[in-house]
Each structure stands twice: as structure tokens, then as C-alpha cells.
Design a protein around this ligand. Sequence first.
Ligand code: SAJ
Length: 453
Amino acid sequence: MGYTDLFSSNAESGNLTVGIIGLGYVGLPTAIGFHDAGFEVWGVDISQRTVDMVKRGENPTGDPDVDDIIPAPNSERWNITTSTSEAVPHCDVVLVTVPTPITEDLKPDLSYVQKAGRAVFESLEKGSRTIVVLESTVYPGVTAQTWIPEVEELGLEIGVDLEIAYCPERFNPGDSAHGVRQVARVIGCSNPEVGEALVSLYSKLTTEDVRYVGKLEVAEAAKVIENVQRDINIALVNELARIFPALDVDVEDVLSAAATKWNFHRYTPGVGVGGHCIPVDPYYMIQRAADVGVPAGLITAARAVNRSMPSHVAGVLGDLMWNAGVPASEGKVLLLGWSYKAEVGDPRETPAEPLAETLISKGIKVGAWDPHLDVNDFPDDIDVVTDLSQANGYDMVVLVTAHKACLSIDWEGLANRMRNPILYDGRRVLNLKDIASKGWKVYAIGKPSHVIE
Ligand code: SAJ
């Protein structure tokens, strides 16, 4: 039986050892998923804190869906370590799920991918043909460009010592319906037999469609454009949320009407686009297009629209305060929610931060309440509110993150403790008429600013 047939057969029977490098919001659920699917698992993370927490069965990620599913420390087939060199020799296949952030000047930072790949390649047994799969979001060409030089420098041979493939993560934080075991996957590899062997492996992880799609670049590109498309769609409704109020029309009325058309895809305007995927991945595509001298004007423009939303909203809030007779230097604003996404405790790239910074630059004091975050998740110049019933004397409340907890607060009680009961719905998820009936002057993104009676 050939190598890939044997790999597929062992995948079918669960008789493979799977390594996962990087136990973050993607890697840890992936490790748990393969463990639950019956495989021997070696999980590796450079953070001793992460490794210690996972070993204690505690969840080091901000995703509540991971809370109660971490295998007990003494579980068979469950090995957690900070050492790549300890783990890799045990593994038939190694998945790399490390961060791919962007730098201050919005360029892709591939250092984590490079370092993790190097550590894996250095630990391989010669002739083992270990399959190494990158899952992190990158742009077309990165897997080969970043890893092949390391392979060659170490004198390793693809097809003999290792195989390289790409299978983008599609994990959706805070959405248990799209966890690693319920999401479709695509696999790219220059060797179709290896690609098909990986289909056998990932088909044991997820109940959804798994397919080999061709060379690495095809799978790399698919992942990036999935998120580029989302960023562009969100940018469209954000731009419309700035146009329609000027036409004395509520953008949500327009979107509701348009959504009656069978192929209209509805998105929601908001105070901004946060997280480690949507506001980041487009810069990968922009970079790759620039590398080959092809303009990416639409992708770039969409990013500019979404990045401008926090300052746009801050400007509207400043006007509302002024109209309420509150000088900016005396104004106090309370943000409901700080995390980048509802039901997730993750402040990365949250639009709350530039929103707060712009308000503070106007002299306004900013408080924030987010039941999904710890006090140290907030910047120092934010007054963190841990108990909403103690929030007093604010001039405005702004819904920034549509956590269920933010939607179900005691609006009447809070109105009584406000200096000015002004509410701004930054996510268009509140029942504004109901809240107006409880004594609030209500406003919302994309809604004409005359007060709702
Ligand atoms: N957002 C809007 N309007 C929308 C949708 C989102 O303003 O209509 C904002 C959110 O508030 C958030 C940001 O965009 O700040 C990103 O939201 P998201 O729902 O896209 O959540 P993410 O960043 O966790 O995206 C993940 C991605 N999953 C992977 O990369 C594997 C993305 O591809 C998924 O489409 C997305 O989850 C999802 O479907 O929720």
C-alpha cells in the first residue's frame, strides 16, 4: 500500500497522531476536535500560561464555546507541551495554527508562520514524510514563499522528509454552529495524492464538505477572499448608513425593503469592523496585488470606509452632545460592550478603541462596560464599569457590541441615573421605540437624527 493510501487508511481508522502548533481560538478547538474524533493529539503552544491552563482543563481563549470541552489532563491521547521538538517526532501530520496579524503600517506579519514552520521542520525525522499543514490565513503564495526556503536551508526534501499543504481555518468564534466539527474545509497541495489523503483526515474532523481544490495558492486565495468579500459587503452598508440619514431616510428601512429580493445579502451597519479576520485579511490581498502590480482599488476603498466608522460615529456623538447643551469638556459617555463581536470576549481590533480615543481627544470622559472582558482588557484611559447599577451621571450611552447582556439591561433604571438620558444604538439591534418610551432620547447609526417620540 502506497504512502498516501496508508495515510488515508490510518485516517479512516483514527490511527494517526496529529500535532497542532498554536493553541489559540482556532488551534485549541482543532486539537480538541481531533482528540474527540479518536486521534492521538500533541498540542503545542509557546505560552507556558496557555499550556498550564489547558493542562488544568481551563480555557485560555476568549471563546466561551471552548469552556467545557477541554479534555482532562490525564486523558489518553491528549499531550500538551511548549516544545515543538518534543511533539513533532510523534506526529504523522502537523497543523500550524499561529497568528497572522498585520504590522502598524498594515503589512502582513508572517513571522509567526515562519518561526513555527522552522521549528517543525527542524524537529522532523528524516524520511518520515510528515505532512505539515498551514491553517493560518495568508495570501496566495505565502505557504511556499515562507516555508520552502526553510525546508531547503535544512536540507530537507519534499516527498521524502515532509509534505506541505494548506487548509484554511474557518472557525467562527462564538458561533457553535460553525465550530471546527461543523464547517466545510478546502485543501490545497501541489501533490494531489497528499491533498486527497488530507481529505480523509479532515473528513473525520468535520461533518461538512471537505475537498481538495488544487495547488496551495487556490486554497490560500479562497480563504482570503471569503473575508475580503465580507469586508466589502459591510463597507457598503456602512457607506449607505452615512448617505441615507442625509436623505432623511433610515438605512435599516432601506435594507429591510431590499432584503425582500431573493439574492440580496443583508449586512448591518455598525460603529466599525473589528476582530483578527475581517479587518486584517483584506490587507493580505492588497499586498499580494501590489506585489504583482495589479490595483486593488475596491478592496482598499472598503477598508477605508470601515476604518473611518469609529471617527464618523464619534463626530455624530459629539454633535448630539453639543445639541443637548453638554460641552465636550464636561461630557461623559458610557460604552455598552467593548469586544469586537457579540458573545465573544476578544478586544482585538475592536472599533470601540478608536471610537473612545476620538471622544477622549474631544475632552469627553469615556466609561465602558463589557461582561465578557476583564478589567485589564481595557486601555488605561477608560473608566471600566463592572457593575452597571453603579453607573451614574453619564450624558450618553452607546451600544458598541451587541452582546445579549447589552440588549437586556434595565433601561428605565439606567435612565434615572443618567445626567442626560441619550442613547445611541451603534449596531441597530435595539428596540428604539420601546426604549424611547422609557425616557430616553434615542438615536442610531444610519437613522436620521431627529428624536424618536
Ligand atoms: N460586522 C458588521 N456588520 C455585519 C457583520 C459584521 O459591522 O453585518 C462587524 C462585527 O461587529 C465585527 C466584525 O464586523 O466587529 C467582524 O465580524 P464577523 O461576524 O465577520 O466575525 P469574525 O471576525 O469572527 O469573522 C469570522 C470569520 N471566520 C473565519 O475567518 C473562519 C468570517 O469568515 C466569518 O464569516 C464570520 O466569523 C461569521 O460568519 O460570523
